[in-house]
Design a protein around this ligand. Structure first.
Ligand code: FUB
Length: 443
């Protein structure tokens, strides 16, 4: 994902009040099948992962990723939290399709389709993992077909948990309290709800049950059905997002967060910045969603046409991981120690944008960044409001001797007050200027 055309990116740059277009929320990797979960005031966004070299119409998917946010616009990458290798009974090296994670009694259960080998389950004591296979076999696997994909799990108010899944058929089981076994056999709907294709997302709101889904392929929109029981019958009510030629696939994940409702899905809009050719390299999108008084859902325009707003300003007076961003097209990430990542592939002209950064009443005096650079001779410019906006600080980066040896560099900042989008723009000679671990500001 290299070589940005600056004139193109101008059209996509963010400003404090509005973005010209709302592009996918993750850019450093290709992500699909969003499965958001709210826990302790944080959004944990689990995704599947399209590899950068997936070509044509074939999926190349080996692990599952985690991103977190507390404001809906700036996302921190945590890297892979589970992979096909976590299932010893499955010898596949491709097929890590759409997951969902749900918490019960302090444990986090990840339901994973291993395309062609049924659905497995992993468990962890933390939403960050590590996730382990507690049963050593598939949770469900109907070997006569490959329909067992896209699990979604909901725990009802009476404690009964349900897992739905399937493409193009729709199935469910009643999970036992242990969340790793089920009772009563597999139930198959004689007829899936109208427009149902795949990617079910089961949830309850105000005593109404909802089944959102990717609608009949292709292109897929996001449809939804409602019922007064968790087991149906389901009546399709319409589209949350109409199918459009602007994307081919879609896949819903729905949450309520800090009083607002959001639908997540995916598109090819990051890939489209690079090529009109089709490859299964998707990117997760999100948009605010609204309910009507009768519980039906208002249609959401295409992802690009509605701008996400942050639910709270971003605090720069803390250690901020460099892999926290609203926009970082062209950049990549690498592991850096245990449960830590760095931004890499930093080329001249690239930048990180964080939206709605709160400099406070007085403004920041200093900017520090932890950077490793063999090459040196680079600069991080601290700008506000746009990637070509006012420079409030310049941080020269000299060689640290190696791209693995990190050093903390500090520069003065011209004080600016209030809330601004922050742009860290990178300048130097060519490509691979440095690796970037974290930054912070001081008042
Ligand atoms: O990502 C692989 C598959 O594509 C998912 O399981 C489906 O929902 C579709 O998004």
């Amino acid at each position: 994902m290299k070589k940005i055309i600056p004139s193109l990116l101008l059209a996509f740059s963010f400003s404090a009040s509005a973005a010209v277009e709302q592009l996918p929320i993750i850019q450093t990797k290709y992500t699909a099948d969003p499965a958001p979960m709210v826990h302790n005031d944080t959004i944990f966004l689990y995704t599947s992962h399209d590899e950068d070299d997936a070509n044509g119409y074939g999926f190349k998917m080996q692990d599952w990723l985690l991103y977190t946010s507390t404001d809906m616009v700036n996302w921190t990458e945590h890297g892979p939290v589970a992979s096909l290798k976590d299932f010893k009974w499955c010898q596949r090296d491709n097929g890590a399709w759409a997951i969902q994670v749900i918490e019960r009694n302090g444990k986090f259960y990840m339901y994973c389709p291993l395309h062609g080998n049924g659905i497995g389950v992993l468990v962890s004591d933390s939403p960050y993992g590590p996730f382990k296979d507690p049963i050593g076999k598939p949770l469900v696997w109907q070997k006569e077909h490959w329909n067992d994909i896209d699990p979604t799990v909901m725990i009802d108010d009476d404690g009964q948990a349900y897992m739905y899944w399937g493409n193009p058929e729709l199935y469910y089981v009643k999970l036992n309290e242990d969340m790793i076994s089920y009772s009563g056999g597999i139930n198959k709907f004689d007829k899936a709800p109208l427009h149902y294709q795949e990617g079910p997302w089961l949830f309850k709101r105000d005593n109404r049950y909802y089944l959102a889904f990717a609608s009949t392929c292709c292109p897929e929109g996001i449809g939804y059905a409602m019922s007064d029981k968790p087991t149906g019958p389901w009546e399709t009510k319409g589209y949350i997002m109409r199918p459009t030629e602007r994307t081919r696939g879609n896949h819903p994940g729905i949450i309520e967060y800090k009083g607002k409702d959001y639908v997540f899905g995916h598109s090819y809009d990051v890939l489209r910045l690079l090529t009109p050719d089709h490859h299964e390299r998707r990117s997760v999108n999100a948009a605010e969603m609204k309910y009507n008084a009768d519980g039906t859902i208002q249609e959401v325009p295409y992802w690009k046409d509605v701008v996400l707003t942050s639910v709270k300003p971003f605090d720069p007076y803390q250690r901020v991981e460099a892999e926290t961003m609203a926009w970082g097209f062209g950049l990549k990430t690498i592991p850096n120690g245990v449960r830590n990542m760095s931004v890499t592939n930093v080329d001249n002209g690239e930048y990180i944008c964080l939206r709605d950064v709160d400099f406070g009443k007085k403004g920041a005096k200093k900017f520090s960044a932890s950077v490793a650079s063999k090459k040196g001779n680079a600069t991080i410019k601290v700008r506000i409001d746009s990637k070509d906006g006012k420079v409030i600080g310049e941080l020269p980066i000299s060689s640290t001797g190696s791209d693995d040896v990190y050093k903390l560099y500090t520069c003065k900042l011209e004080k600016v007050k209030g809330i601004h989008d922050l742009y860290l723009t990178f300048e130097g000679n060519g490509e691979g200027l440095f690796n970037f671990d974290y930054w912070s500001m001081k008042k």
